[in-house]
Design a protein around this ligand. Structure first.
Ligand code: F6R
Length: 601
């Protein structure tokens, strides 16, 4: 996830900017840069690669600049990691750093190009620099406000102009924190970067814009109405601050899911056409001629692929084969097949090897990944990014739910291109999809209820997760999460399969998590396990009249389409595993024997 810093005070800005950028390193980045005010002009130093290397370049140049500057760590979302795509971006005497996604950047880019602006990068962010420059006539606050009125999307920005005595910062749907010190004001994307300098912070709110001086901060909304700045005294230590106050990265990342889903959807829905904008690397005619899809993935990403089997058949009339990457060598791909690799890291060796082997016999290949420029992107015809920021906890959480959302968008695009969905059907589904982040937030608000249930069953000898239809893959994911972070042997099963063997394992020390938001057939499976002494924790839609009669405990979830309820159930199974592992005192972010990215076959 990109990081922003800025400084205005009575010390040289450069060293402070580099120090604060290093404190944002844990968020992950692929390039970095700073812009400092120097002799009435702006000096920019930026490049792909490590901050420490960039700092050496800055020092070799004689540590230029005075007491005002901005800095950035970039985690690519639009355009590969490169020197040109690194921030800050400049236009005339204006320099900006940006975190977020400008959804209408292509329209703005076209407009600005017609006006004579020359673009240096492939990023969405550069349009902001030119727009602000266009409006700037000595009043930076007014220029930034007018530019932001033209922008759709999410942003946290810091803006510097050579002739402005103050910096301007603004935010919408991306975090930004201002720190007030003695004769200096510091800016950063999150609190840890500021702690060595000050513990007095102002968390900017959505829609706020700030004039940042060395001795004060003036907050307004975009219409110019002044807002009072609420100063908060931070009491966390630096370690806890990195995790945003959460005890583990996994819990932080679980809570980031509403935003991650929003970013995955951002700019991709066309309500007017009832369609989705996605780069598939093929025409609608080619898409219509596809006969099947083969999905290759490992672990949690494989579970996302399993959900696509149900989804693509219904939305696009396409049969899907889902293959565990390491087993793929034994299988054949048929012609007229779309090959789809799903890998959050983009570097999993098993997935890369299988994709290399399969792509020669497929019509087209696609990847869904979270890492721009990762190896998988070089192997396929087109890539869909999930844009949810780096995931630090070893157990995949926000990257999985974002993969599910990317697959829903892909299913709609395939369905529309193949004439399987009408614009109206697609539009209804997409409008509901935009409400999903809010529903996920409501599930997160049930964390205390879920914690109590998890703790009550933390000494279970074995866990079962059962589901049908879209929820069968989520039952596998629930079991995987419980195994990997709580070390409890767990099984995920299609509800109907229980009676074909695994029922023998059910005892009164085997809690069964029944994912019951998709149809009523699962209730007979609940009765089967209850009759064998098991407690059943049922996840059901609000107002389900019968579930309370069959389950031992019910967690109610907002009602939505079955495929969207798969995302809601995922959040619950993640929290169940998390709180179980926490109760057992296990190293949640780094479970034994596991690595975040498996680059060996
Ligand atoms: C489980 C988990 C792993 C990964 C698997 C594939 O929580 O994270 O099962 O899903 O190693 O990784 P990617 O998606 O990077 O290919």
């Amino acid at each position: 996830m990109c990081g922003i810093v800025a400084y205005i005070g009575d010390e040289k800005a450069g060293p402070i900017l580099f120090d604060t950028l290093k404190r944002l390193e844990y968020r992950g980045y692929d390039s970095a840069g700073v812009a400092v005010k120097s002799d009435g002009a702006i000096e920019v130093i930026k490049s792909a690669g490590r901050i420490a290397d960039l700092e050496k370049v800055y020092m070799a140049l004689g540590s230029p600049g005075e007491s005002m500057g901005i800095g950035h760590t970039r985690w690519a979302t639009h355009g590969r990691p490169s020197d040109r795509n690194a921030h800050p971006h400049t236009s005339g005497e204006v320099a900006i750093v940006h975190n977020g996604i400008i959804e209408n950047y292509l329209d703005l880019r076209e407009l600005l190009t017609e006006m004579g602006y020359e673009f240096q990068s492939e990023t969405d962010s550069e349009v902001l620099a030119h727009l602000i420059n266009f409006y700037y006539q000595g009043d930076l606050l007014s220029a930034v406000s007018r530019a932001l009125e033209r922008v759709e999307g999410s942003y946290a920005i810091a803006v510097l102009a050579a002739s402005s005595p103050y910096l301007v910062c603004a935010r919408k749907d991306s975090p930004l924190v201002l720190g007030r010190g003695e004769g200096a004001t510091y800016v950063a994307s999150d609190v840890p970067a500021l702690l060595p300098y000050t513990k007095d912070v102002i968390r900017m709110k959505d829609g706020e814009i700030a004039c940042v001086y060395d001795d004060r901060v003036e907050l307004r909304d975009l219409a110019g109405v002044p807002h009072a700045a609420e100063v908060e005294r931070i009491t966390w230590d630096a370690d806890a601050a990195e995790r945003g106050g959460y005890p583990h990265f996994m819990l932080k990342e679980i809570h980031e899911q509403p935003r991650a889903i929003r970013e995955t959807i951002a700019g991709r829905i066309s309500e007017i056409n009832g369609d989705v904008r996605l780069p598939l690397g093929m025409s609608d005619e080619e898409t219509a001629s596809l006969e099947r899809v083969t999905i290759i993935a490992c672990g949690t990403s494989y579970h996302a692929g399993m959900l696509a089997r149900y989804l693509f058949a219904r939305a696009a009339g396409l049969p899907v084969d889902v293959e565990v990457a390491s087993e793929f060598q034994h299988l054949q791909v048929r012609p007229k097949t779309l090959l789809l690799g799903i890998t959050q890291s983009g570097e999993t060796a098993d997935t890369l090897m299988a994709l290399k082997k399969a792509k020669t016999c497929c019509m087209r290949s696609l990847a869904i990944t979270n890492v721009v420029g990762s190896t998988v992107t070089e192997l396929v015809n087109a890539t869909i990014y999930t844009r949810c920021g780096p995931e630090i906890g070893v157990a995949a959480t926000k990257t999985f739910t974002s993969q599910l959302v990317a697959l829903i968008l892909l299913a709609v695009r395939l369905g529309r291109a193949r004439g399987h969905l009408t614009p109206d059907q697609a539009r209804k589904m997409l409008i509901e999809l935009t409400k999903l982040p809010g529903l996920v937030q409501r599930v997160l608000e049930k964390r205390e209820e879920i914690r109590e249930i998890a703790e009550a069953y933390a000494d279970a000898g074995c866990y079962f997760f059962i589901g049908r239809d879209y929820l069968y893959p989520i039952s596998l994911e629930g079991a995987l999460k419980m195994k990997e972070i709580a070390y409890i042997p767990s099984e995920g099963y299609a509800g109907g399969e229980l009676k074909h063997g695994p029922l023998a394992l059910i005892t009164d020390n085997t809690p069964v998590v029944a994912l019951a938001t998709c149809g009523r057939k699962i209730q007979s499976n609940i009765k089967e396990v209850r009759a064998r002494g098991a407690d059943v924790i049922a996840l059901a839609s609000e107002g389900d009249p019968d579930i309370g009669k069959v389950a031992s405990v019910v967690i109610e979830l907002p009602e939505t389409r079955p495929v969207f309820s798969a995302v809601l159930c995922t959040v619950v199974v993640q929290l169940l595993a998390y709180y179980t592992a926490n109760k057992l005192g296990l190293p949640i972010d780094k479970p034994r024997n596991l690595a975040k990215c498996v680059t060996v076959e």
